[in-house]
Structures are given as C-alpha cells and as structure tokens.
Ligand binder design. Structure first.
Ligand code: SF4
Length: 334
C-alpha cells in the first residue's frame, strides 16, 4: 500500500516536472561542485523559490569542455570585442576553442528553454561587466560578456537571460519572471504552429502589459499586425517576437502603469457606479503620486472586473503576468 503511494507520488512529481517551465541554470548555482575551487555558489532563490515553478536544466560549460575541478582560474584577454580565454597564471595557451567545443552541441538542446539564469563574474557564464585583460596585465575600460553567454545570446536572442545576483532586485526579478512566462506563452501558443489569427489573439491578450512596458513599441506591434508591411508569416512571427521581447525588457514605469490602469478603468464605465469609479480614480491618482503601491488600484480594479469585466479584459496578462504565488509581494514595490 505504502509502495503504491510512493509510486503514485513519483509519477505525480514527474508529471509536474514535465509540465513545468524549463529554465537553464549555471550548474554551480544549483549547488554542484563545479567551480574552479571545487565548490559551488548555491542559489537559495533558485532552489527554494523558483524550483517550485521551473524545472532547471543545469550546465557548466567549463566542466563540459573537459577542464578539471578544481582548476586554475581563467580570465579573458585581448580585445573586448573578441577576447580569448586563458589561464590567469599562464596566458600562453588560448583556451577559447576548447571551451566552445564543450558547449557547441549542448547549445542546440536549449530550444525548449524559456529562460536562463547565470552565475555572475565568470569569464564563461557572466552576462555583463566581465573584465578583459591586456597583455600588460591592465584591465580594459570596456567590459564584456562571458564566452558561453555570448554564444547563448547569439543562438537565442529573444530568450530572457539574467544573472542570479541581479534577480535579487525585486523589480528585475518581476521583469525577468514576466518575460519568462511571456516567452513560454509565445513559444507554446505561436511557434508550435504559427498563424496570423493566433498572433492577433496573442497580441490582444498582451495589449495592456505591452502598454505598461513600452507604449511606442506597443503601437508599432499593432501596426505590424495590421499588415501594412508585406511580410511572410515567418517574417511576421520573428519580427513580432523580437519587438515583443524587447518591449517587455523595458521596465514598466509608474506613468505607463497609470495610463494602463486608466484605460482598463474605461471598461467599467457602463457597469460600475460613478461613485465607485471616482474611488478607483482616486487610488490611481495616489499610486501615481507614490502614496499607494500598484497593489491598491490594481486590486480594486480586479475586484470590479471579476464581477463586471468582459472576458477580453479579464484575460489580459497585465492583470496576472505570472502566478501570483511566485512573487506575492510584487504589486507592493511596483
Ligand atoms: S560560473 Fe559557469 S563555468 Fe563557472 S563553475 Fe559556474 S557553471 Fe561552471
């Protein structure tokens, strides 16, 4: 009996994992002892919080390339636009190709990933501010991106990618998770079997989230779908995805949230009393002035939308860009 219970639990766990969003993760952040010093840099945020929602695909490009653990530290050297990987204590051997050989095939298997979380400051995995040394030992003013991450960005230019250190900032965390879910929705709803009809539906559900993030790009995306430019379906899908992910990567400003809330309030014009609308308007005004967090007008509007809103407005991703339980405090610091 107990054994049956265990088997059922395992199968449920497997099912849950299979249906989870897949996100790449630097193996050292997952607690694997792959760092140069034989240790790890386990991320509690990834392992305790995000692992409830994401199935992590862990990878260490340096170990995959055959470097031992522990190993001598490595650094980037040469010109910031095309640096070479070398050992920090002996720059005579160019290790760049060896690193590339280790991750080239693996990169092709990342098509199902909806995001990637990387370890900072690594000449392989770092996303930004990676030092590049000159032959005289001085550091270039211009910093760069780790070599594995450069290849990852080239292969998957629209995938949300962040450093683990940065996602401890609540606003960056919110923006990253929003983009992971948006990218996942685009991949599964559009890329699996693209059609103009699906693309228009997708755009209509993201209308207010886009408006909150980037108003100019939101209007451009609308024009793109109206067919003014003569594009094939493939071109349209790719152009849309690129502009869509770029728009979401810009943090939503207070002014844009305010405009978006006012637009959404318009959907309650004929169903909510003028007194209730005046009350919502007051909370939006206080949000704009920094007196209330976004949670106040948003919760109030959602309360009325639940009762009187059309399916169109209730299905807007702006209202819930990702499961609230990942980040229950989200609306209190936006
Ligand atoms: S930062 Fe990247 S290369 Fe370095 S140990 Fe972690 S996973 Fe491996």
């Amino acid at each position: 009996m107990n054994q049956h219970k265990v088997i059922a639990t395992d199968s449920q766990t497997n099912h849950k994992r299979a249906s989870m969003i897949q996100v790449g993760l630097s193996a050292c952040l997952a607690g694997q002892n792959v760092r140069y010093n034989g240790g790890h840099t386990q991320s509690r945020l990834c392992l305790d919080v995000l692992s409830e929602y994401f199935s992590f695909n862990t990878f260490c490009p340096e170990v995959a390339a055959g470097f031992s653990t522990p190993r001598a530290t490595m650094r980037l050297m040469g010109h910031p636009e095309s640096p070479q990987l070398v050992f920090s204590n002996d720059a005579t051997e160019d290790l760049t190709q060896k690193l590339h050989n280790g991750f080239e095939e693996k990169l092709a298997t990342f098509k199902e990933l909806d995001g990637y979380i990387l370890m900072k400051n690594s000449p392989s995995c770092g996303l930004e501010r990676i030092k590049v040394y000159q032959a005289n030992g001085q550091v270039h003013k211009t910093r760069t991106t780790g070599l594995f991450t450069q290849a990852l960005l080239k292969a998957y230019p629209h995938m949300p990618i962040e450093e683990e250190g940065r996602i401890h900032d609540p606003k960056i965390f919110d923006n990253f998770i929003t983009r992971v879910y948006a990218y996942h929705n685009f991949r599964t709803e559009i890329l699996t079997a693209p059609s103009l009809h699906k693309l228009i539906n997708f755009h209509s559900r993201y209308k207010y989230l886009l408006m909150a993030h980037e108003q100019t790009q939101y209007r451009q995306l609308g024009r793109l779908l109206s067919g003014q430019k003569k594009l094939t379906l493939d071109q349209l899908v790719n152009t849309y995805l690129s502009a869509f992910m770029t728009a979401l990567s810009k943090p939503a400003s207070k002014q844009n949230h305010t405009n978006t809330l006012l637009h959404i309030l318009g959907y309650l014009k004929n169903s909510v009393s003028s007194q209730a609308r005046a009350h919502i308007l007051q909370t939006i005004d206080k949000y704009q002035k920094g007196i209330f967090p976004l949670a106040t007008p948003l919760t109030l509007i959602k309360h009325y939308l639940d009762q009187y809103g059309s399916d169109y407005i209730k299905n807007q991703h702006y209202l819930d860009p990702y499961p609230e339980s990942i980040n229950p405090l989200r609306k209190y610091y936006l």
